[in-house]
Ligand binder design. Sequence first.
Ligand code: MOS
Length: 735
Amino acid sequence: MNWIGKPLTRVDGRAKVTGAARYAADFNQPGQLYAVIVSATVGLGRIKEIESGEVERMPGVVALITHRNAEKLPYLPHKGVIDPAAGERLHVLQDEEVHFYGQPVAIVVADSLDHAERAAAALRITYAARQPLVDLSDEEVQPIVPDAGRTLADRARGDADAAVAGAPVRIDEVYEIARENHNPMEPHATIAAWDGDRLTLWSKSQYLVNEQAEIAAVFGLPTENVEVVCPFIGGAFGSSLRTWPHVTLAALAARQVGRPVKLALTRKQMFFTTGHRPRTHQRIALGATEDGKLQGIIHEGTGETSRYEQFIEALTAVTDYLYSCPNVRTRYRLAQLDTGTPNHMRGPGEASGIFALESALDELSYKLGMNPVELRRRNEPRLDEAEGKPFSSRSLIQCYDMAGERFGWSRRTPEPRSMRDGRLLIGMGAATATYPAFHAPARARVRLLPDGSAEVEAAASDMGPGTYTSMTQVAAEFLGLPLDRVRFRLGKSVYPQTPSHGGSWTMASVGSAIRVACAEAQAQAARLAVSDNGSPFFEASADDLEWVEDRLVRRGEAAQGLSYRELVARSGAPVEAEGSAQRDPEVAEKYSMHSFGAVFAEVAIDPDVGTIRVRRLVGAYGIGRVVNPLLARSQCTGGMIGGIGMALMERTVLDRRDGRPVNAHMADYLMPVNLDIPRLEAYFVDEVDPVVNPLGVKGLGEIALVGTAPAIANAVFHATGKRVRALPIHIEDVL
Ligand code: MOS
């Protein structure tokens, strides 16, 4: 049965559209109370006074918890791979300090949400406020070298400065990207319930086992005393990778009042306490020969972080391997601001970095008078020149060919402002996308049941890509079962450990573990048959046996055999096996592993009023094996929509006086809606990657957002002749 590669619809689709799917806030508990967070209304300073008496007497109020009466929490050290490697997380309600606008300073617990909201709104707090520093462009900002992280701050080969200075054709420009917020549909929510010193959290999370470990550390509990449950996620885009302070607050409140507590963030609160894509400044300098061969690349970037933690993302990480160039220098710095810590947001780092790099390459192509796609072709490397290693697979040129042809790139006329549709200016642009093919250690469990079906479990999440479906396909494939005989379960921290559901590594990591667990379950079932003196395979050698779909047979005698059902029935108990998988360290040492893609955009711009419409986006991606082309296409078009937002709409604006986000609501934080979405096409090149992992998957999700914004910006230049180097692009930029 070949389930891998089939464009199947979602196994959980019915549950989602009928309301049967339960999200964190749906797990209401008996006797549950409601908590509402009170957020600081100054950007920096100290709490002076809290007028608590009146609020405590308001209808339905059970508790008002502030730093004065909150339990002192141990906050033991814990750093999961997702937490900033440098700095210390925010400690909530432990002292009177306010580090940023919107920091939680109190919680009201009441018998209904309405009562809790009213009381929270009535609470008066006075502060001794100071002026926060919240603007990356402020001259007081002194960027620092990051302490650690997966992105090396400074990398160099050759002498990029000399090469750029001496090159016959040069570009040297500065690019800026606004702060963005994730804005998933489902708000962050946690229901916390204690049973003695055991805590259960029904909590929106992309990383259950990290949430479990983090909350255990905050409260000083053994990890196994905390259980996290989250079977469904209503979008996240990275915002639920980390465990934010509201989870601590829900647990703290529940313990203090002795009853289960539900806490959901408001949309506004999601603009300051659950991370954001950091605003960035980047300089790109390119030097090339007259025939378009890159001689030098300089990429310097600065991103926002908070005062108390260093959020490090891959802002400059793609620049030294993407193209062939003898001289490359990258530099990465952090600006410490009085705001909350940023967080990974889809295509974190890469999406921002590649906007600058791919815009600069486009600028270079016009200076050279060369087709921008031809420029990429001329600089296609034979290997990863930064690491000196071969790519495990790289189909960038095939992606450009495939997407370019389907887009109709050959119809483009080279001159800016040369294409029109009636009075509208038409522009066509292209850009490269890339994202690492990560793989992290993961575990999974397979149980063969007496009815011949199988259960598969892993502590993974499904924030929307269709993990339930794709993992069911993988398990059905390796167990030789029909799809409806396999139930895949995720969303519980008690299941076998997996890495975060992010970084486009879920299928590579969890899928590989499921593959191993399936083989283990089969091996165990075969051992049962071999050791059972009533079985036709008693004392057979394992080499003589094989599996044909769900039946164990003697090699070459497929007609007779024992099915899982018969094997399990004989043993009297389900067959249960665990599997784990991680990347072969030798492979990791030898190869450079990344996905690649090419994105083409067509825009139509009204020359009189400057309205910019994206008419078409066509992307082609080389991501190794595609487990489910239907889900994969959805991932890609979703990512493209995020890219349209990045290019033309999304921007969180902070008031310089106090760091308050002035557009912390869906009316003024613009995101693409249906009318903004044109025809989106995503294709996959036929790519076999024999080394990346046994499934041959390189991952998908992040890469779909990565190249979209520069493709659109490049199309805007082609349409108008105006180069816009700051995202989002505004109407007034093109007038
Ligand atoms: Mo994605 S930013 O790895 O959730």
